[in-house]
Design a protein around this ligand. Structure first.
Ligand SMILES: [Ca+2]
Length: 156
């Protein structure tokens, strides 16, 4: 019993040595992952939340380039991946769902956002790194992001 306890402590202390959990990729002060589940934008959002994360909100070209690389490496069957942008509240007014901030940096593909059929209210990033709007009910993979753990004594 005592050894089980000691073992648990040891495992925990090993855990804090890495800044991102297993399967998450570090970039700047954040950790990113593309879960192996294709799902609606709402479900993808909820899935990220279960893991203490949220759908990616992109604010710089460098971050966008990193995410495009991540999408290519993971190579999901879809040509696009959910990010955290939506205009479901007000057509044409794109916000990041977690921060509720309007898009500052934008990287839409040519002709996008198209709102095809009047039903495309959730944002994706394509393998090209360009953005598209898709129906929120479409089953796609998403990019979850969360802050890296900052444990005292673990230098970066
Ligand atoms: Ca579109």
């Amino acid at each position: 019993m005592v050894w089980l306890f000691v073992g648990a402590i040891f495992t925990l202390s090993i855990g804090v040595l890495t800044s991102c959990p297993l399967y998450w990729t570090p970039y700047e002060e954040y950790c990113y992952v593309i879960p192996q589940v294709a799902q609606s934008w709402e479900s993808a959002t909820a899935f990220c939340m279960i893991h203490g994360a949220y759908l990616a909100e992109i604010s710089t070209p460098e971050e966008n380039d990193f995410l495009a690389q991540l999408v290519k490496q993971n190579h999901p069957p879809e040509a696009q991946i959910w990010i955290g942008g939506t205009d479901a509240l007000s057509e044409g007014h794109w916000i990041w769902s977690r921060s509720e901030e309007t898009f500052q940096y934008q990287h839409w593909d040519s002709g996008e956002p198209s709102n095809s059929g009047g039903g495309e209210h959730c944002a994706t990033v394509r393998t090209s790194g360009k953005w598209n709007d898709s129906p929120c009910s479409e089953k796609l993979h998403g990019i979850c992001v969360k802050r890296q753990r900052t444990e005292p004594g673990v230098g970066r």
